[in-house]
Each structure stands twice: as structure tokens, then as C-alpha cells.
Ligand binder design. Structure first.
Ligand SMILES: N[C@@H](CCC(=O)N[C@@H](CSCO)C(=O)NCC(=O)O)C(=O)O
Ligand SMILES: [Zn+2]
Ligand SMILES: [Zn+2]
Length: 192
């Protein structure tokens, strides 16, 4: 049986539309019971994530998740159905109580990514969202049960789809985290 990473990856990436400026996300409940979240922008840093915390569609080993500025993310219908899945996590993932889909993940504590919400553009009925740019937390899929011996196959499949693989976040995002830490420590650009 071939490995199912995520439908957007297994079926080949389709390029997003750089002019796309947002749209609506829906949970998996039916009709008028759907939680609706309106995004006022396209996602950025969209990526496959193998961590155990991000929402994944059925049978997928990876989540696909990107960020949108918090002030451009609004729950516009059935907001009362949202609850935070893990109040101790850095990213407070607001999920639909009924279907379990994560509608947005928000950071309330002091953190380099505060102000960015984590969202799954595949919950939209529209196209044009930024395609995944890289694969993060790849080794983490072992934590949710993948045989470590499958990792070569997983990484080559991701790379074959055009995604560079990382076992943490991408260099750009890791640099943002380290920059914030250096600024806090007073060591920012202290050497050159
Ligand atoms: N091995 C752990 C990793 C979990 C983790 O650190 N996930 C990242 C990426 S989520 C989207 O990119 C993270 O920043 N998490 C913060 C949080 O989830 O609050 C595992 O698999 O659980
Ligand atoms: Zn739902
Ligand atoms: Zn994740």
C-alpha cells in the first residue's frame, strides 16, 4: 500500500494565485451548522507539518498549514461551536466541537509568531491558496505511529513533490524565532 501523505501532496502540488486575497473556511459539519471562518488574506509559509498537534484530514500523515495575520482571521458563523483543543499549547487551536476540525490556531502568549494565526486553506471551497512550500516536523510522524523504517520513503516522496524536508521549521521561520530570542537576550547583531 502506498503511503498517503496528504491529498494536496499525493495528487501533485498545484500552484497558488499570488493575487488571491482571502476567502472562507468551513468545518466538516453540514449546512447551517458549519463553522465559517473568513480570511482577509492568502496564507503564507504554507507547509506540510508532521507534528502530532496539527489537524490532518482522514488517513493523511501530514497536515497542511499556513499563516494569516490574526487581524485578518474572523469566525463569521457558528463561532460558539469553537473550543480550544489544548489550552497548554503555544498555538491555541480552535476546533469545531462537533466535527473536530481545527479552524484557526492563535498564539496569545509572548512568542515570535504572535500575531499570526495557523489555518488550513484546504477547508476552503476555492482554489488559489499558496501551495505548500516545504515540509516541517517530518520526523515527528514517528511519534504518531509511523515505522521509523518508512522515513526514507516518506522523505523521498515529499522531495519528489518538490518539498524540502525539515525536522523542525524551515530556515526562514527558524531564523525568525532565533532573531526574536537574540533581541530579547540583547545579543542581536552583537558580533557583526
Ligand atoms: N514533535 C512534536 C512537535 C510539535 C511542534 O513543536 N509543532 C510545531 C509546529 S506546528 C505548525 O508548524 C509548533 O510550533 N508547535 C507549537 C504548538 O503546537 O503549540 C509533536 O509532534 O507533537
Ligand atoms: Zn464542525
Ligand atoms: Zn504542526
Amino acid at each position: 500500500m502506498s503511503l498517503k501523505l496528504h491529498p494536496l501532496i499525493d495528487n501533485g502540488l498545484s500552484k497558488g494565485d499570488s493575487n488571491k486575497s482571502g476567502g472562507k473556511l468551513y468545518c466538516k459539519c453540514s449546512g447551517s451548522k458549519r463553522v465559517e471562518v473568513t480570511l482577509g488574506d492568502n496564507v503564507a509559509f504554507n507547509h506540510a507539518c508532521g507534528c502530532s498537534k496539527c489537524w490532518k484530514p482522514e488517513n493523511a500523515l501530514f497536515s497542511v498549514v499556513g499563516v494569516v495575520a490574526t487581524d485578518k482571521v474572523n469566525a463569521t458563523a457558528n463561532k460558539d461551536k469553537l473550543e480550544v483543543v489544548d489550552k497548554n499549547a503555544v498555538i491555541l487551536r480552535n476546533a469545531c466541537k462537533d466535527c473536530g476540525v481545527h479552524m484557526y490556531g492563535r498564539i496569545e502568549q509572548d512568542h515570535p509568531f504572535k500575531g499570526l494565526d495557523f489555518v488550513h486553506a484546504e477547508l476552503s471551497e476555492e482554489n488559489g491558496w499558496q501551495e505548500p512550500q516545504f515540509a516541517a516536523f517530518v520526523s515527528s510522524i514517528i511519534e504518531t505511529g509511523v515505522d521509523p523504517e518508512k522515513m526514507d520513503e516518506v522523505r523521498s516522496k515529499l522531495q519528489g513533490a518538490g518539498l524540502t524536508t525539515y525536522d523542525c521549521l524551515s530556515p526562514a521561520l527558524m531564523d525568525m524565532i532565533a532573531t526574536a530570542a537574540a533581541k530579547k537576550a540583547g545579543t542581536f547583531k552583537a558580533k557583526m
